[in-house]
Design a protein around this ligand. Sequence first.
Ligand code: GKR
Ligand code: MG
Length: 429
Amino acid sequence: MHIAEMHITPIAISDPPLLNAAGLHAPYALRIIVELVSDCGISGLSEIPGSQAVEAALSNAREVLIGRDPCDLNRLMASLDERFGTDGADSRGLAPWDQRRLVHIFSAVEVACLDMVGKDMGRPVVDLIGGAARDRVPFAAYLFFKYEGAGGALAFATDPRCPGLATRPPAGRPRPEAHRRSSPGDVRDAFGFESIKLKGGAREPEIEVDSILALREAFGPDTPLRLDPNAIWTVDTAIHWGKKMEGILEYYEDPVRGQDNMARVRHALSIPLATNMCTTSFADLPQSIRLGAEDIILADHHYWGGLRASVELGRICRTFGRGLSMHSNSHVGISLAAMTHLGAAVPNLTYALDTHYPWQAEDVIAGGPLEFEGGCLPLSREPGLGVELDRDALARLHRNYLACGLKNRNDEIEMQKVEPGWTFQQTRW
Ligand code: GKR
Ligand code: MG
């Protein structure tokens, strides 16, 4: 079997006006759907975050991929590495999300190849990356502060399942909201999630810590809580407010920027620290271990170079006594399916995984959105990832992409539309 065709389709999915340290989500989140087709007509799918640079690089990768064996992944990756060159240390960028090019391409190619090979063998992807350590993969509720009125009519009109969007938070105290529902309680009942993560870095630390304390009061000590200020607090701020959350947080995610600062906070508090911003590549691991920069690494196959690389990361974490959880960005069902296979394959991925999926009202997979049961997704035993394309939906979301004019994610520009003059700061509080 060899790769005969490669189709790259950028899409734009409606996204609510979620706030974060970098600004505000645009009315659309960008993703790229990749489909590789074999000489015998078997298709392999993958999904990655969208940007012009990644789309252009994927197009360039086509000539490397056509004619190659989808099982020959090590050599395929070496050819891509040779063509594109390893991402430099700074190319991750300062925003909460990762902007490196090569890891995205690796991930897009590897997941689509594994889907194709799994379909050819009649085996689910999890069996190709080590086999299932669990049959159900737990996910966490992901709460954000939302900006009422931002995003224009489009954001509201296209997402009929966002009743919470229209509610006005008390002045000066935007309240965290949960997915398509209007309260964190609703989201727990609707999806059954047990852990709750609050996206921080959007409001003054006092408001965010109050929100965590309110969640603790509302849900009791058995609900694991996480707070993620996306690295824009100072060390002093993180320690001061961290003290008030000792014994309450399951983990404190990227309160500060950089491994040195994370290590300082970690040594001052008795809360586990987690990251998807300071230790984000294999090259970062030696220093992370030397400094003790964090307790938990948030894997993400889009950013760590694929599913097999993320399984390797799991083993390294186990060796050095680090925990492993999973990071997410706005995404549709192909990414969610891949995250579920990965979550099932890594024995020590014992924290409920992040997902933005309940915030999304549109998808490209046939048969409607994947459904959470008791906060978990059951692992598919269908060949490959276990999802198929809804080609009409893909075409519609591609038209959205062409019509909306967005080419790259830029939450600062979106924020400036509602708060003129607002600028992103690497360290704000
Ligand atoms: O979607 O606004 C967002 C998040 O802030 C996302 O971009 C982050 O990458 O969820 C992410 C995180 O855990 O840092
Ligand atoms: Mg994070």
